[in-house]
Ligand binder design. Structure first.
Ligand code: FE
Ligand code: FE
Ligand code: ZN
Length: 284
Protein backbone atom coordinates (compact mmCIF):
# COMPACT_ATOMS: atom_id res chain seq x y z
CA UNK A 1 0.00 0.00 0.00
CA UNK A 2 3.02 2.20 -0.43
CA UNK A 3 1.50 4.10 -3.35
CA UNK A 4 -0.53 6.19 -0.87
CA UNK A 5 0.66 9.08 1.25
CA UNK A 6 1.28 8.57 4.97
CA UNK A 7 -1.86 10.51 5.87
CA UNK A 8 -4.33 9.01 8.32
CA UNK A 9 -6.33 6.66 6.06
CA UNK A 10 -9.96 6.88 6.98
CA UNK A 11 -13.21 6.23 5.16
CA UNK A 12 -16.60 4.64 5.53
CA UNK A 13 -19.00 2.27 3.86
CA UNK A 14 -20.60 3.80 0.74
CA UNK A 15 -23.33 2.76 -1.64
CA UNK A 16 -21.86 1.29 -4.82
CA UNK A 17 -24.92 1.97 -6.98
CA UNK A 18 -23.44 4.97 -8.84
CA UNK A 19 -20.08 3.33 -9.55
CA UNK A 20 -16.45 3.71 -8.52
CA UNK A 21 -15.84 7.33 -9.54
CA UNK A 22 -18.99 8.48 -7.73
CA UNK A 23 -17.86 6.68 -4.55
CA UNK A 24 -14.41 8.27 -4.71
CA UNK A 25 -15.94 11.74 -5.17
CA UNK A 26 -18.35 11.13 -2.30
CA UNK A 27 -15.41 10.06 -0.15
CA UNK A 28 -13.56 13.31 -0.87
CA UNK A 29 -16.74 15.25 -0.13
CA UNK A 30 -16.99 13.84 3.38
CA UNK A 31 -13.30 14.23 4.22
CA UNK A 32 -12.36 10.59 3.58
CA UNK A 33 -9.39 9.30 1.61
CA UNK A 34 -10.67 5.76 1.19
CA UNK A 35 -13.98 3.85 1.30
CA UNK A 36 -15.65 0.47 1.54
CA UNK A 37 -18.48 -0.85 -0.64
CA UNK A 38 -20.41 -4.06 -1.31
CA UNK A 39 -19.34 -5.93 -4.42
CA UNK A 40 -23.02 -6.70 -5.00
CA UNK A 41 -26.29 -6.47 -3.15
CA UNK A 42 -25.50 -7.42 0.48
CA UNK A 43 -28.08 -10.18 0.24
CA UNK A 44 -26.23 -11.71 -2.72
CA UNK A 45 -27.43 -11.81 -6.31
CA UNK A 46 -25.75 -10.55 -9.43
CA UNK A 47 -23.21 -7.75 -9.50
CA UNK A 48 -23.48 -4.80 -11.83
CA UNK A 49 -21.23 -5.17 -14.90
CA UNK A 50 -17.88 -3.42 -14.59
CA UNK A 51 -17.88 -0.21 -16.63
CA UNK A 52 -14.34 0.22 -18.02
CA UNK A 53 -14.80 3.99 -18.45
CA UNK A 54 -15.89 4.35 -14.84
CA UNK A 55 -12.94 2.27 -13.66
CA UNK A 56 -10.48 4.29 -15.72
CA UNK A 57 -11.88 7.60 -14.47
CA UNK A 58 -11.83 6.28 -10.91
CA UNK A 59 -8.20 5.16 -11.13
CA UNK A 60 -7.11 8.58 -12.43
CA UNK A 61 -9.19 10.43 -9.83
CA UNK A 62 -7.82 8.25 -7.03
CA UNK A 63 -4.26 8.86 -8.10
CA UNK A 64 -4.82 12.61 -8.21
CA UNK A 65 -6.64 12.69 -4.87
CA UNK A 66 -4.67 10.10 -2.90
CA UNK A 67 -7.67 7.78 -2.49
CA UNK A 68 -7.24 4.20 -1.33
CA UNK A 69 -6.74 1.42 -0.66
CA UNK A 70 -10.41 0.68 -1.24
CA UNK A 71 -12.07 -2.22 0.53
CA UNK A 72 -14.67 -4.34 -1.22
CA UNK A 73 -16.93 -6.27 1.15
CA UNK A 74 -18.39 -9.61 0.05
CA UNK A 75 -22.12 -10.13 0.46
CA UNK A 76 -23.24 -11.44 3.85
CA UNK A 77 -24.96 -14.41 2.26
CA UNK A 78 -21.75 -15.75 0.76
CA UNK A 79 -21.26 -18.75 3.03
CA UNK A 80 -18.24 -20.75 1.89
CA UNK A 81 -18.91 -23.45 4.50
CA UNK A 82 -22.67 -23.87 4.09
CA UNK A 83 -23.98 -27.37 4.75
CA UNK A 84 -25.85 -27.54 1.45
CA UNK A 85 -23.73 -28.16 -1.64
CA UNK A 86 -25.89 -25.87 -3.76
CA UNK A 87 -25.36 -22.92 -1.39
CA UNK A 88 -21.66 -23.63 -1.14
CA UNK A 89 -21.27 -23.72 -4.91
CA UNK A 90 -23.15 -20.45 -5.22
CA UNK A 91 -20.80 -18.92 -2.64
CA UNK A 92 -17.71 -20.17 -4.47
CA UNK A 93 -18.97 -18.80 -7.79
CA UNK A 94 -19.64 -15.46 -6.12
CA UNK A 95 -16.13 -15.43 -4.66
CA UNK A 96 -14.59 -16.26 -8.05
CA UNK A 97 -16.59 -13.54 -9.78
CA UNK A 98 -15.78 -10.97 -7.08
CA UNK A 99 -12.05 -11.68 -7.30
CA UNK A 100 -12.16 -11.47 -11.08
CA UNK A 101 -13.87 -8.08 -10.83
CA UNK A 102 -11.41 -6.84 -8.19
CA UNK A 103 -8.53 -7.11 -10.65
CA UNK A 104 -10.00 -4.21 -12.64
CA UNK A 105 -8.88 -2.03 -9.70
CA UNK A 106 -5.59 -3.77 -8.89
CA UNK A 107 -3.93 -4.00 -5.50
CA UNK A 108 -6.96 -3.34 -3.34
CA UNK A 109 -8.63 -5.22 -0.48
CA UNK A 110 -11.47 -7.74 -0.48
CA UNK A 111 -13.04 -8.59 2.87
CA UNK A 112 -15.23 -11.60 3.59
CA UNK A 113 -16.95 -13.19 6.55
CA UNK A 114 -15.34 -16.64 6.75
CA UNK A 115 -18.71 -18.41 7.05
CA UNK A 116 -21.17 -20.18 9.33
CA UNK A 117 -20.74 -23.90 9.78
CA UNK A 118 -24.45 -24.56 10.51
CA UNK A 119 -24.07 -27.62 12.75
CA UNK A 120 -21.26 -29.20 10.78
CA UNK A 121 -18.76 -28.15 13.43
CA UNK A 122 -15.90 -25.66 13.39
CA UNK A 123 -13.38 -28.17 12.07
CA UNK A 124 -15.47 -29.06 9.01
CA UNK A 125 -16.28 -25.41 8.43
CA UNK A 126 -12.61 -24.46 8.44
CA UNK A 127 -11.83 -27.22 5.92
CA UNK A 128 -14.57 -26.00 3.57
CA UNK A 129 -13.56 -22.33 3.82
CA UNK A 130 -9.89 -23.11 3.16
CA UNK A 131 -10.89 -25.37 0.25
CA UNK A 132 -12.87 -22.56 -1.36
CA UNK A 133 -10.03 -20.07 -0.84
CA UNK A 134 -7.62 -22.53 -2.42
CA UNK A 135 -9.87 -22.77 -5.46
CA UNK A 136 -10.23 -19.00 -5.74
CA UNK A 137 -6.89 -17.41 -4.82
CA UNK A 138 -4.41 -17.38 -7.69
CA UNK A 139 -0.66 -16.81 -7.72
CA UNK A 140 -0.76 -13.68 -9.82
CA UNK A 141 -3.72 -11.92 -8.28
CA UNK A 142 -3.04 -8.43 -6.91
CA UNK A 143 -6.07 -8.28 -4.61
CA UNK A 144 -5.67 -8.92 -0.90
CA UNK A 145 -8.23 -11.38 0.48
CA UNK A 146 -9.04 -10.48 4.08
CA UNK A 147 -10.86 -12.65 6.61
CA UNK A 148 -12.94 -10.56 9.00
CA UNK A 149 -12.85 -11.09 12.76
CA UNK A 150 -16.42 -12.09 13.68
CA UNK A 151 -18.68 -11.50 16.68
CA UNK A 152 -19.54 -15.20 17.04
CA UNK A 153 -23.23 -14.90 16.23
CA UNK A 154 -24.85 -18.31 15.66
CA UNK A 155 -22.31 -20.70 14.16
CA UNK A 156 -20.03 -18.02 12.73
CA UNK A 157 -16.42 -19.08 12.27
CA UNK A 158 -13.71 -16.50 12.91
CA UNK A 159 -14.66 -15.14 16.33
CA UNK A 160 -11.32 -16.29 17.73
CA UNK A 161 -7.89 -15.45 16.36
CA UNK A 162 -7.11 -19.19 16.49
CA UNK A 163 -9.92 -20.04 14.06
CA UNK A 164 -8.71 -17.44 11.59
CA UNK A 165 -5.20 -18.80 11.96
CA UNK A 166 -6.43 -22.35 11.29
CA UNK A 167 -8.07 -21.23 8.06
CA UNK A 168 -5.00 -19.28 6.99
CA UNK A 169 -2.68 -22.19 7.72
CA UNK A 170 -4.62 -24.30 5.23
CA UNK A 171 -4.39 -21.81 2.37
CA UNK A 172 -1.68 -22.60 -0.17
CA UNK A 173 -1.04 -19.12 -1.54
CA UNK A 174 -0.24 -16.95 1.45
CA UNK A 175 1.09 -13.70 0.07
CA UNK A 176 -2.26 -12.04 -0.64
CA UNK A 177 -4.08 -13.34 2.43
CA UNK A 178 -4.73 -11.20 5.49
CA UNK A 179 -7.19 -10.14 8.16
CA UNK A 180 -9.61 -7.24 8.69
CA UNK A 181 -10.19 -6.51 12.38
CA UNK A 182 -13.64 -5.21 13.36
CA UNK A 183 -13.61 -3.41 16.73
CA UNK A 184 -17.30 -4.12 17.43
CA UNK A 185 -16.93 -7.78 16.52
CA UNK A 186 -13.85 -8.56 18.61
CA UNK A 187 -15.35 -6.89 21.69
CA UNK A 188 -18.53 -8.90 21.09
CA UNK A 189 -16.40 -12.01 20.71
CA UNK A 190 -14.64 -11.52 24.05
CA UNK A 191 -11.47 -9.55 23.24
CA UNK A 192 -11.35 -6.49 25.47
CA UNK A 193 -10.14 -3.91 22.96
CA UNK A 194 -11.57 -1.24 25.31
CA UNK A 195 -9.61 -1.81 28.52
CA UNK A 196 -6.90 -4.24 27.35
CA UNK A 197 -6.01 -2.80 23.96
CA UNK A 198 -2.31 -3.65 24.13
CA UNK A 199 -2.90 -7.20 25.40
CA UNK A 200 -5.47 -7.90 22.67
CA UNK A 201 -3.09 -6.70 19.97
CA UNK A 202 -0.24 -8.72 21.49
CA UNK A 203 -2.47 -11.77 21.35
CA UNK A 204 -3.36 -11.02 17.73
CA UNK A 205 0.33 -10.72 16.97
CA UNK A 206 1.16 -13.99 18.72
CA UNK A 207 -1.65 -16.03 17.11
CA UNK A 208 -1.92 -14.50 13.63
CA UNK A 209 0.83 -11.90 13.29
CA UNK A 210 0.24 -8.15 13.11
CA UNK A 211 1.88 -8.17 9.68
CA UNK A 212 -1.24 -10.01 8.40
CA UNK A 213 -3.56 -7.25 9.58
CA UNK A 214 -4.45 -5.11 6.57
CA UNK A 215 -7.59 -3.15 7.53
CA UNK A 216 -9.66 -2.04 10.52
CA UNK A 217 -13.46 -1.79 10.71
CA UNK A 218 -13.99 0.96 13.23
CA UNK A 219 -17.36 0.56 14.91
CA UNK A 220 -18.75 1.17 18.35
CA UNK A 221 -21.14 -1.48 19.71
CA UNK A 222 -24.71 -1.44 21.04
CA UNK A 223 -23.98 -4.41 23.28
CA UNK A 224 -21.75 -5.12 26.28
CA UNK A 225 -18.59 -7.20 26.27
CA UNK A 226 -18.82 -10.77 24.93
CA UNK A 227 -22.46 -10.54 23.86
CA UNK A 228 -21.99 -12.13 20.39
CA UNK A 229 -24.70 -9.90 18.92
CA UNK A 230 -22.96 -7.87 16.18
CA UNK A 231 -24.86 -4.59 16.34
CA UNK A 232 -22.80 -1.55 15.44
CA UNK A 233 -23.17 1.81 17.15
CA UNK A 234 -21.99 5.28 16.15
CA UNK A 235 -18.51 6.27 17.37
CA UNK A 236 -18.42 7.19 21.05
CA UNK A 237 -22.06 6.29 21.69
CA UNK A 238 -21.69 2.61 22.50
CA UNK A 239 -19.92 0.33 24.95
CA UNK A 240 -16.49 1.01 23.43
CA UNK A 241 -16.52 4.79 23.74
CA UNK A 242 -14.39 7.48 22.15
CA UNK A 243 -11.33 6.74 24.31
CA UNK A 244 -11.10 3.24 22.75
CA UNK A 245 -11.05 4.71 19.25
CA UNK A 246 -8.45 7.29 20.26
CA UNK A 247 -6.22 4.35 21.30
CA UNK A 248 -7.02 2.25 18.23
CA UNK A 249 -6.36 4.89 15.57
CA UNK A 250 -3.11 5.99 17.23
CA UNK A 251 -1.74 2.60 18.25
CA UNK A 252 1.76 2.08 16.81
CA UNK A 253 0.74 -1.36 15.50
CA UNK A 254 -2.39 -0.06 13.80
CA UNK A 255 -1.98 3.59 12.91
CA UNK A 256 -0.65 3.02 9.39
CA UNK A 257 -3.59 0.79 8.43
CA UNK A 258 -6.71 2.00 6.63
CA UNK A 259 -9.76 2.51 8.90
CA UNK A 260 -13.33 2.02 7.63
CA UNK A 261 -16.45 3.12 9.50
CA UNK A 262 -19.49 0.83 9.30
CA UNK A 263 -21.51 2.76 11.84
CA UNK A 264 -25.28 3.35 11.50
CA UNK A 265 -25.05 6.66 9.64
CA UNK A 266 -26.03 8.57 6.55
CA UNK A 267 -23.33 10.66 4.82
CA UNK A 268 -23.51 13.69 7.18
CA UNK A 269 -23.06 11.38 10.17
CA UNK A 270 -20.06 9.73 8.53
CA UNK A 271 -18.59 13.16 7.70
CA UNK A 272 -18.76 14.21 11.34
CA UNK A 273 -17.31 10.92 12.60
CA UNK A 274 -14.41 11.26 10.16
CA UNK A 275 -13.85 14.86 11.31
CA UNK A 276 -14.01 13.73 14.95
CA UNK A 277 -11.50 10.92 14.45
CA UNK A 278 -9.15 13.29 12.63
CA UNK A 279 -9.12 15.56 15.67
CA UNK A 280 -8.31 12.53 17.85
CA UNK A 281 -5.39 11.53 15.67
CA UNK A 282 -2.02 12.37 17.14
CA UNK A 283 1.23 13.09 15.28
CA UNK A 284 1.17 13.69 11.55
FE1 FE B 1 -18.36 -7.44 7.71
FE1 FE C 1 -17.14 -5.26 9.90
ZN1 ZN D 1 -20.75 -6.33 12.04
Amino acid sequence: MSEYSNDFRIGCHLSASAGYLAMAKTAVGIGANTFQFFTRNPRGGTAKAIDPDDVEAFLAFSRDNDIGPILAHASYTMNLCAAETRIREFALNTLLDDLYRMEFTPGNLYNLHPGSHVQQGVEKGIELIAGALNTAITKDQTTWVLLETMAGKGSEIGSTFEELRMIMDRVWIQDRLGVCLDTCHIFDAGYDIKDKTDQVLEEFDRVIGLDRLKAIHINDTKNPFESHKDRHETIGNGYLGLETFRKVINHPGLRDLPFYLETPNELPGYASEIALLKTERTGT
